[in-house]
Design a protein around this ligand. Structure first.
Ligand code: HEC
Length: 182
């Protein structure tokens, strides 16, 4: 009997809340999912009258952000990178070991463990024309440049690696190259 009362009370309650006028909005638990925040892409009004999506002032850096790489993928750009693009990291243990870890994920299959150009893809003749690092006149700037733009058969690796990770890999490649040159 008691259960029956509860059941009736429940059904009355659900019919009350469910048979509302369908034309008016019901309770909205997460209003952002129903009503999008209108972005004004022209940056005039935006959210709470604060502009959004306007490009940053030239020469400024986002807080915690990194400079955009704007050296073009040209032979002149390559030579510019050699001089202008400098490694911001120190050669701490952490950076070198992180560089090795990343190299062993993204580069080893073509370039080989020691950078001699004999990775597993080369051994299986899936990919040819991989240089030995010691035969290339590269420095930190040009290696970074090639990571961003790729070079001939080598694709760009910029989307796989963050800014810091790219430099960690660059350092590791330089270390491998120095070993090969000994
Ligand atoms: C799919 C194979 C492949 C992978 C993966 C690859 N490379 Fe390469 N890489 C090449 C080839 C091919 C060249 C030769 C490009 C040329 O000079 O024509 C090359 C050249 C280079 C050079 C010499 C560039 C120069 O200016 O002479 C560097 C440095 C280099 N790669 C670094 C890397 C690093 C670091 C990674 C990993 C993040 C990587 N590569 C991943 C294929 C690859």
């Amino acid at each position: 009997m008691k259960n029956l009362k509860i059941l009736i009370a429940l059904s009355v309650f659900t019919s009350l809340i469910s048979c509302n006028n369908k034309r008016t909005p019901q309770l909205q638990y997460m209003p952002d999912m129903y009503v999008s925040i209108p972005y004004d892409t022209d940056g005039e009004k935006g959210i709470n009258n604060k502009p959004v999506n306007i490009p940053p002032v030239a020469g400024t850096l986002p807080r915690g952000g990194f400079p955009a790489y704007d050296i073009p993928d040209t032979p002149e750009g390559y030579e510019r990178a050699r001089i202008e693009v400098l490694n911001p990291l120190d050669s701490s243990e952490v950076n070198i070991s992180k560089g090795k870890e990343l190299y062993n994920i993204y580069c080893i299959s073509c370039h080989g463990e020691k950078g001699a150009g004999n990775g597993v893809l080369v051994q299986r003749e899936k990919f040819l024309g991989i240089p030995n690092y010691k035969d290339r006149d590269v420095n930190a700037g040009t290696i970074y440049h090639v990571l961003i733009h790729g070079k001939n058969l080598m694709g760009s690796h910029s989307s796989q690696l963050t800014y810091t990770e790219r430099w960690q890999v660059v350092q590791y490649v330089q270390q491998l190259r120095a070993e090969l040159l000994k």
